[in-house]
Design a binder for this molecule. Sequence first.
Ligand code: F6R
Length: 252
Amino acid sequence: MELIVTQNYKQSCQKAANMIKDIIVQKNDAKLGLATGSTPIGVYQRLVRLHQANELDFSKVRTVNLDEYVGLSSDHPQSYRYFMDKHLFDHINIHKDNTFVVSGMGDLASNALQLDRMIYQGGVPDLQLLGIGSNGHIGFNEPADTLIAESHLEQLSESTIQANARFFDKAEQVPTQAITMGIKGIFAARKILLLATGIEKKQAVSNLFQDSVICPHNPSSFLKLHANVTVIIDSQLAQHVDPQKHTICYAC
Ligand code: F6R
């Protein structure tokens, strides 16, 4: 895993957006695996700015998202489809038909199968963007004795439900289940770019870089099996990574 340390969140987002830009410039019909949550918002803002400055054309770009809450329709303000439209798709020249966020409504088993098909349809993602849960989840693959390879329905852990509660008015509104890509779907991408920010992620980041152990109780540890992973963190989180064990590249 390549580790890039930046000075702050803003610089992390610039770095990530520039990496995405390079992919789209090289391949105008690039396919991106995208994430939601607080972490990638700054990346999407930067991509929107690059588009507005005529530096980035999304007209042929295709996207597939990691996950969606169960029980929220696409027009619900906390659904991940709504999030993607609001933070990215509505501000760039992407064709919405070329974007895919799995539905969290209706026949969930067939929705999960559809997500798996969309990962591979027209070629695998050139890049998968990831955040990380403070418990080490990627996508919504929660720590457990076993992980599921394919896209599936996942019961969210108590800590994830609590972390997501900040986006909802009442605790009972917070979804307890999601459809998520499995580890296999995430790993289909040619390159994985994980962004972490905020001191609440310090344990997750420290565990990710601690040793070469792979354990389903830390789903992010499986990233050690993928040949092309870049992790971007800011200097606050870098204090929790052992510099003896990792080649740290400081972004300029
Ligand atoms: C979101 C996702 C999750 C988040 C993670 C971190 O699509 O798959 O794994 O990346 O929960 O969320 P934030 O960025 O809100 O801390």
